[in-house]
Design a protein around this ligand. Structure first.
Ligand code: ADP
Ligand code: MG
Ligand code: MG
Length: 252
C-alpha cells in the first residue's frame, strides 16, 4: 500500500490563509474520515492535495510514498495514484461519460498498455450494475443534466474503475437520499482492501453509519484539532462541535 503524508500544510486562496498547518497521514488499507463545520477548509485540503491552481501552498509538504506531490502537475498526481471525488463535479459538454472514463484510465497507463475496449466495457457495465446506474448514463455527456445523486454515483464509478492508491471523497454523501447513500457506500466498501487508502470528508455521521472509518479527524479553522476512532464521529453527531471548542479553547 501507499502512504500519503501531509505535514504542516499551509494553504492560501487569493492571499487569505485557509489551512494553517494540517498534519495527516493516510496509509493503504486505512479509511479516514475528516469532519468539521462548514468553511473550515476541508475542500481546500482536498483541492490542495490534487493541485488545484487557485490554492497556493505557502508552507509544509505533501508526500506520496516519499515523492513530493507538490512538485507534480495535476495529471502526474492522478498518475501517481491520487483521486478526488469532488463535492461539486463539473459538467463537460461534448465528452461522453464513457469516453472520459476510458481516457482517464488510459492516461494513468503507459503508452502501448491501453485498456482494451472490450475489457473497459465489461468493467464499466459491472461497476454501473453495482451502483445501480442506468446504462444510458455511459453515453451521456459528463455530468451534464445529471441529478445530484447521479453525479455522486458517477464519481464513485470513476473511483471504482480508476482504482487509485488513495481516494479522497469530498462530501460524497451530500444530496443523497438514503437508498442512494446505501448504494454509494456499497461501492466504496467494495474497494476496501489492504492497499486502498481512503479519505472521506463529511459533515455528517450518517455516511459513517455505512462506511466505518478506522480514524476520525476533526478540522476547525484550518487545522486538524482532534483525532480518534469512530466513537468521535458519534459524539459529534450527538453533541455537535462546541465541546471540542471548549476543550481546546477555540474562540468563535
Ligand atoms: P469546507 O469544505 O470545510 O466547508 P472550504 O475549504 O470550502 O471549507 O472553504 C474554506 C474557506 O475558504 C471558506 O472561508 C471559503 O469561503 C474559502 N474559499 C474556499 N474556496 C475559495 C475560493 N475559490 N476563493 C475564495 N475563497 C475560497
Ligand atoms: Mg462545505
Ligand atoms: Mg467543502
Amino acid at each position: 500500500g501507499s502512504t500519503l503524508e501531509i505535514k504542516d500544510l499551509h494553504v492560501s486562496i487569493e492571499g487569505g490563509e485557509i489551512l494553517k498547518g494540517v498534519n495527516l497521514t493516510i496509509k493503504g488499507g486505512e479509511f479516514h474520515a475528516v469532519m468539521g463545520p462548514n468553511g473550515t477548509g476541508k475542500s481546500t485540503l482536498a483541492s490542495a492535495i490534487m493541485g488545484h491552481p487557485k490554492y497556493e501552498v505557502t508552507k509544509g509538504s505533501i508526500l506520496l510514498d516519499g515523492e513530493d506531490v507538490l512538485e507534480m502537475e495535476v495529471d502526474e498526481r492522478a498518475k501517481a495514484g491520487l483521486f478526488l471525488a469532488m463535492q461539486y463535479p463539473s459538467e463537460i459538454s461534448g465528452v461522453t461519460n464513457s469516453d472520459f472514463l476510458r481516457s482517464s484510465i488510459n492516461a494513468q497507463r503507459e503508452e502501448g498498455d491501453e485498456i482494451s475496449l472490450m475489457k473497459f466495457i465489461k468493467e464499466m457495465d459491472k461497476s454501473m450494475d453495482e451502483l445501480e446506474m442506468d446504462k444510458n448514463m455511459a453515453q451521456r455527456y459528463l455530468n451534464e443534466g445529471f441529478s445530484g445523486g447521479e453525479k455522486k454515483r458517477n464519481e464513485i464509478l470513476q473511483l471504482m474503475m480508476l482504482k487509485p492508491a488513495i481516494g479522497i471523497l469530498d462530501e460524497i454523501d451530500s444530496g443523497l437520499d438514503i437508498d442512494a447513500l446505501k448504494v454509494v457506500a456499497k461501492g466504496i466498501n467494495s474497494l476496501r482492501n489492504e492497499t486502498f487508502g481512503c479519505l472521506m470528508i463529511t459533515h455528517y455521521q450518517r455516511l459513517l453509519d455505512y462506511i466505518t472509518p478506522d480514524y476520525v479527524h476533526v478540522m476547525m479553522k484550518g487545522r486538524v484539532v482532534k483525532s480518534g476512532g469512530p466513537e468521535l464521529a458519534q459524539r459529534l453527531e450527538a453533541e455537535g462541535y462546541d465541546w471540542i471548542k471548549k476543550e481546546l479553547g477555540i474562540e468563535d
